[in-house]
Design a protein around this ligand. Sequence first.
Ligand SMILES: NC(=O)c1ccc[n+]([C@@H]2O[C@H](COP(=O)([O-])OP(=O)(O)OC[C@H]3O[C@@H](n4cnc5c(N)ncnc54)[C@H](OP(=O)(O)O)[C@@H]3O)[C@@H](O)[C@H]2O)c1
Length: 252
Amino acid sequence: MRIAVAGGTGTVGQHVVASLNAGGHEAVSLSRASGVDLVSGTGIDEAIRGVDAVIDVTSTSSQSAKTSIEFFETVTRNLLSAEKLAGVPHHVALSIVGAAKADSGYYAGKVAQEHLVMAQPAGWTILRATQFHEFAAQMATSAAFGPLQLAPIARTQPIAAAEVGGALAEIALGEPRGLDKDLAGPREEKMTRMVRAYLAAHGLRRLVVDFPMPGAMGRGMRDGSILPGPDARLGTQTFDEWLAEQRVAARA
Ligand SMILES: NC(=O)c1ccc[n+]([C@@H]2O[C@H](COP(=O)([O-])OP(=O)(O)OC[C@H]3O[C@@H](n4cnc5c(N)ncnc54)[C@H](OP(=O)(O)O)[C@@H]3O)[C@@H](O)[C@H]2O)c1
C-alpha cells in the first residue's frame, strides 16, 4: 500500500516510515524538508495523490495554547480537505493520553485536532499514546539554558517512539477504528528521573531543576491525568532498556 506520513521526518514519523518500508509498503513523507508545508498548504495535493491512508504525526514546539490550536487546526483542516479531494479513505491521527483532561497549553491543540478528526465523515482512527522515551532527549534540547536543565515534574508511563510508529503503520494498513485503545509503555516513570538519566548517559553535566509546568496541562502532568487507564495496550521496552540501546548505538 501507499501511505502518506505527515511529519515523516519527526521523532515518531521516522519510525512510521521505517516500519511501513520494512513491511514492503511505500511511505510518502510530507514535511517542509520534502517541500510540503502543511500550514500554508503548499504541495499537499500532489503529495497525497493515490495514497490509501494519511498518518498525521506533525507537531509544533510551542507550549502556547493559542499557537498549538492554530497549528493543529490548520494542519488538520488542510490535510482533511486535500484527502476529501483525493478520495483518501482513512485519516490516522496521533494524540496524547490524557490531553482531553488536561486541556491547556500544547494539549489544547491536540484536543482541537481530535475534535476536527472525529467530526469529519470519512474513515478515521485516533491513537492516543503516552510520552515517548525520546521526550527526555527532546527536553535535553529544548529545556536547557546554559548550565541549567529544566525537568518537568510529571508522572508518565513512557513508550518507545519505535513501538508507536509500528502501531500507527499497522493501523493505517487496516480499516478505520475510530478512537482506538490507548497505547502506553510498560511501567510508570518520573519525568525528572528520565531527564537526569538521559543527561548522565550522554555525559551532559547540567544543574537539573525540577519544574512544575503551569496551568491545567502542568497539573494534569503531576496528578496522574496523563497516565493510561486499565484498558490500555502496553508496549514492551522500558525507558532504561531504551537508554541502554541508545548507548550501544552511539558506541557502534
Ligand atoms: N513527543 C512525545 O512524547 C509524544 C507523545 C505522544 C504523542 N505525541 C504526538 O506525536 C506527534 C509527533 O510528535 P514528535 O515528537 O514526533 O514531533 P517532532 O519530532 O517535533 O516532529 C514534527 C514533524 O512535523 C513536521 N512539521 C512541522 N511543521 C510542519 C509544517 N508546517 N509542514 C509540514 N511538516 C511540518 C516536521 O518536519 P519539518 O520540520 O521538516 O517540516 C516533523 O517531521 C505530535 O502530534 C505529538 O502531539 C508526541
